[in-house]
Design a protein around this ligand. Structure first.
Ligand code: CO8
Length: 261
């Protein structure tokens, strides 16, 4: 991945089965401009196509994961520009990728930056992390899932609080509210996130992909339909070699060696 991918706004590396994508616009607090979103989708496409990659980590800098959409790029857009170019569409594309995506968040994750973290399948937060939807302070509203994914993650009360006041919450409140999976010390953020990502990458890729798909389905379907789809996916794991290997390894008291790609 790293040798093939040259990006202006991202750093890309690979450690074992884990791809690490670092948002890299430090002078702009990693504000998300069109170039960055396009490069991010290109790299995620490559990760999806690479059988060696079992998990992707998305991170930013120590001070900012991302301070939102690039306000300077957005400020002069007319309604027609916004509507005709549908400039938020790249966010949908990010959400449609197959490989599990973990956000490792340090510092500010604001506006579109928080929405990007919420598109990821899991958020690991450094104890320095600050989350917020400050769009209301700019005379706009969250537009890349902030009123939707946030409400599903933390419920109506906190979503209203954050989106209507623009106040920021720290990592501890974010974890308490169900927005982030784990909080770790700032200095251990990448080490802890890489441990989680490597573990996921060691499992059966089809099983991992099915779990991601099934949990995401729960966000978009009524329970009986979600249960029906889960059951189909569950039965289809029995068509994989990895299911045979995982269960054989258990009965033979050895470590499984998952190979399906
Ligand atoms: N866009 C553009 N530039 C930014 C952004 C941003 N979102 N955030 C920071 N910067 C720039 C600053 O302008 C500054 O540049 P310069 O040195 O040229 O003046 C540089 O980054 C450093 O920033 P600060 O000097 O402000 O640093 P501080 O440590 O004082 O403050 C903050 C850090 C608190 C993060 C502050 O920069 C801030 O409040 N930023 C804006 C946060 C915000 O309002 N985010 C929401 C943006 S709107 C949005 O995300 C809508 C999403 C809808 C979908 C998007 C689809 C593409």
């Amino acid at each position: 991945i790293e040798t093939e991918t040259k990006c202006e706004t991202l750093l890309v590396a690979q450690e074992g089965g884990v791809a690490v994508i670092t948002l890299n616009r430090p002078d702009a607090m990693n504000a998300l401009n069109a170039k960055l979103l396009s490069e991010l989708n290109t790299v995620l496409d490559k990760c999806d196509a690479d059988p060696e990659i079992g998990c992707v980590v998305l991170t930013g800098g120590e001070k900012a994961f991302a301070a939102g959409a690039d306000i300077k790029e957005m400020k002069d857009k007319s309604f027609a520009d916004a509507f005709n170019t549908d400039f938020i569409a790249p966010y949908d594309a990010i959400a449609s990728h197959k490989k599990p995506l973990i956000a490792a968040v340090s510092g500010f994750a604001l506006g579109g930056g928080m929405e990007l973290a919420m598109i990821c399948d899991m958020i690991i937060a450094a104890d320095s992390a600050q989350f917020g939807q400050p769009e209301i302070q700019l005379g706009i509203m969250p537009g890349a899932g902030g009123t939707q994914r946030l409400t599903r993650a933390v419920g109506k009360a906190k979503a209203m609080d954050l989106c209507l006041t623009g106040r920021r919450i720290d990592a501890e409140e974010a974890e308490r509210s169900g927005l982030v999976a784990r909080v770790v010390p700032q200095t251990a953020l990448m080490e802890e996130t890489m441990k989680i990502a490597s573990k996921i990458a060691s499992f059966s890729q089809p099983a991992v992909a099915m779990i991601k798909k099934s949990i995401n389905t729960s966000m978009a379907t009524p329970l009986p339909e979600g249960i029906r789809q889960e059951r189909h996916l569950f039965y289809s794991t029995f068509a994989t070699e990895d299911q045979k290997e995982g269960m054989a390894a258990f009965t033979e008291k050895r470590k499984p060696d998952f190979k399906d790609r």
